[in-house]
Design a protein around this ligand. Structure first.
Ligand code: ZN
Ligand code: ZN
Length: 336
């Protein structure tokens, strides 16, 4: 199992992040933001298999490419399409859905679930293609808490955090693969047990530890074998942060550092150079130095910089990377 990711769009242009959670048996596709042109190089079959689209916020450079996504998915035949975002997402999406003439929709499949993340609650509305997206049916609102993911899928869990972006919030997302239990071949050999179909019972969560099991004509208890033969491989993790500004010493900074602690890959905006800190402050974005310091304090394994301002010449992007590396050496830029 692993997490693959690709930043869509170029340096100085709109960016998005396409993530594939690969279990070996299946692949789940997730898209974070959808700026202009971001989907132009993505295969249509991939666009049509994205299960969740996560918006950070609805500034135009993060939502301009949504029509392409919608066009390929509005009448998805199998399973629903999920859209996530900050407070106001249900209203914004309702307008996006309704911004077309619908007259051939009555027999069309298509079910869209729109999730709205606020500080303490997760609201959800359902929109149907056959109703021309006329009304969003409000589904029960769920309370949010620190120890509970906002999305608990079979193979991964996802949490959002509201970050300050001027006077609006921008949602940061953290994706964590579930820990995987593997059979340790050395331990199997040590116990002198022959591999076979019985091994499947070890990772079958529907069977309790107390269940009896016969292996090589020996009567065993499943829990004992699990203890001796299974090893846990921790899942990979990735965080996506864009369009926000937090500064050291503030409660928001400390909360974010804590929230990111130990993340594998941090994909983060890097809009401005240190020299443009006045602009960064005015537009509620981060600078190279702040991004590097955040990655260092959070103890992430690697940092990938995206969403670089188009105000800079090409040569300056490499200088931006050097500025970040002064704070956090394991940083790289999205490829151009
Ligand atoms: Zn932006
Ligand atoms: Zn923005």
């Amino acid at each position: 199992m692993s997490i693959h990711w690709e930043i869509l769009g170029k340096r100085g242009e709109d960016n998005a992040l396409l993530v594939t959670v690969d279990t070996g048996q299946s692949q789940g596709h997730l898209l974070f933001d959808c700026g202009e042109g971001c989907l132009s190089g993505v295969r249509i079959s991939t666009i049509q298999s994205i299960e969740h689209l996560f918006f950070s916020h609805f500034h135009m450079d993060h939502v301009s490419g949504f029509d392409t996504f919608f066009r390929h998915n509005y009448n998805r035949p199998d399973g629903n399409v999920n859209v996530w975002g900050p407070p106001g997402t249900i209203e914004v999406m309702s307008h996006r859905f309704r911004g077309f003439s619908w007259n051939l929709h009555h027999n069309q499949s298509g079910e869209w679930l729109v999730h709205e993340i606020s500080e303490n609650a997760l609201a959800k509305s359902r929109f149907l293609t056959r109703e021309a997206f006329a009304t969003g049916e409000a589904l029960p609102t769920q309370p949010r808490s620190e120890d509970k993911p906002d999305l608990n899928a079979d193979t991964y869990a996802l949490k959002g955090i509201l970050l300050p972006h001027g006077n609006i919030p921008s949602v940061g997302y953290h994706l964590k693969e579930k820990d995987k239990q593997n059979i340790n071949p050395a331990a199997l050999q040590e116990l002198n047990l022959r591999p076979g179909v019985w091994l499947q019972a070890l990772t079958d969560t529907s069977q309790s530890d107390e269940s009896p099991i016969t292996v090589d004509e020996r009567e065993c208890v499943l829990g004992d074998l699990r203890k001796k033969l299974l090893e846990t491989r921790p899942g990979e993790s990735l965080a996506y942060l864009t369009d926000f500004r937090v500064t050291p010493g503030t409660p928001e900074w400390n909360e974010l550092v804590e929230w990111l602690q130990g993340t594998g890959t941090l994909v983060c905006e890097c809009q401005y150079r240190n020299a443009d800190r006045v602009l960064a402050e005015r537009n509620a974005h981060m600078t190279t130095g702040l991004v590097g310091q955040l990655a260092r304090e959070a103890g992430v394994k690697r940092l990938i910089l995206q969403h670089l301002s188009r105000r800079y010449e090409e040569a300056e992007w490499d200088e931006m990377l050097l500025e970040v590396r002064r704070e956090f050496p394991r940083a790289s830029l999205l490829s151009n």
